[in-house]
Design a protein around this ligand. Structure first.
Ligand SMILES: *Cc1c(COP(=O)(O)O)cnc(C)c1O
Length: 340
């Protein structure tokens, strides 16, 4: 039985579901882990996460497919990426096979919250990990908690397929040899002021430049960027300080192997924005959100696809990727993991 929720009017926000997974790392080992009903966490006031932001997270979704199965999309890549985040933040990696099992278990326990096929909503899954014991001098914690909770969500950007406007901010997101490539809470803490400021000025999001030279396009606060050039190539920026989005990697594969398009991952200079025909943000939350316009201080770059609807190739990429996720289009080997 599905929960009594108005699925079609959901936004992207936290809704408490019934169960979550928790495992603790104590005395050098992850315990066996368990499902719990309590959403609150009690921590010491000097817990490493509270003082020094030692925390990383992941995000993926569970879907109901056209034929009523509950599946998730490439959870192995989230498990891998969380290991990379943990290493960079000096946290003990949570084993990849246990990560996938825990995702399946939590979704199964909250199965009544998986939005119905066709509603446009999905069950967002949020794994995260943090240093939990008190520290005072700057050092990693030696106790950790790994958790996974879920929340039914609708579209990240209100209006769904309506193109959004980005601005190039005077703030930076990630340092060249910093933590931009791992999914760390700290990358988001420093983006909060920039996003609040962008919203105040009437923009949907920030398009960050590389902070080393401020000449190349990187990504937004929480999504990668893909462009379509005037000669129909799908191009995405290359940089060591961009978070390796699973959605972006999947879309590039779809562009090449399903749509027969040429793809490139390379450095993209700000000046090249004017040579692009389409632009879109991609990520688990954003899926593929069309961008109609970029504002760089006193200069406006309007993409030929306009402000009314997604560009043609953006739309095809969106339809193919979501078709694969919803079980309407055959998926590449291993992309769809059945939960129930
Ligand atoms: C999570 C995230 C993305 C999107 O990654 P997906 O794996 O596609 O969800 C993009 N940029 C940043 C900064 C992120 O944290």
């Amino acid at each position: 039985m599905k929960k009594d929720i108005d699925w079609t009017s959901l936004g992207f926000g936290y809704i408490k579901t019934d169960y979550r997974y928790v495992s603790n790392f104590v005395n050098g080992n992850w315990d066996e882990g368990k499902i719990t009903e309590t959403e609150n966490i009690t921590l010491n006031e000097s817990a490493c996460v509270l003082q020094y932001a030692q925390t990383g997270f992941e995000g993926l979704k569970a879907y109901e497919t056209a034929n009523g199965r509950i599946v998730c999309f490439r959870p192995d890549l989230n498990a891998q990426r969380m290991v990379e985040s943990a290493k960079r933040l000096e946290m003990p990696p949570f084993p990849e096979d246990r990560f996938i099992d825990a995702v399946k278990t939590v979704v199964k326990k909250n199965i009544e919250y998986v939005p119905p096929y066709g509603s446009g909503a999905t069950l967002y899954i949020r794994p995260f990990m943090f240093g939990s014991n008190p520290v005072m001098g700057v050092k990693p914690a030696n106790e950790y908690q790994f958790r996974i909770f879920t929340s039914p969500v609708g579209p990240y950007f209100k209006g769904g397929a309506k193109p959004i406007t980005l601005r190039i901010p005077d703030f930076d997101r990630a340092a060249p040899r910093g933590t931009g490539h791992v999914k760390a809470g700290l990358n988001y803490a420093m983006s909060l002021h920039a996003i609040v400021d962008a919203h105040k000025q009437g923009y949907n999001e920030n398009m960050y430049l590389d902070s080393g030279t401020r000449t190349k396009i990187e990504e937004t606060g929480g999504a990668n960027i893909i462009f379509v050039s005037k000669d129909n190539k799908v191009i995405t920026p290359k940089s060591n300080s961009i978070l390796p989005s699973i959605t972006r990697r999947s879309l590039m594969y779809v562009a090449e192997n399903y749509l027969g398009l040429k793809t490139e991952q390379r450095e993209i200079y700000k000046e090249e924005l004017e040579d692009m025909k389409e632009c879109a943000l991609c990520g688990t939350a954003a899926v593929l959100s069309p961008v109609g316009k970029v504002v760089d201080h006193d200069k406006e770059i309007k993409f030929p696809s306009g402000m009314e609807k997604p560009g043609e190739i953006t739309q095809k990429l969106y339809d193919t990727l979501t078709g694969i996720q919803m079980g309407k289009i055959e998926a590449p080997e291993g992309w769809i993991v059945e939960i129930a």
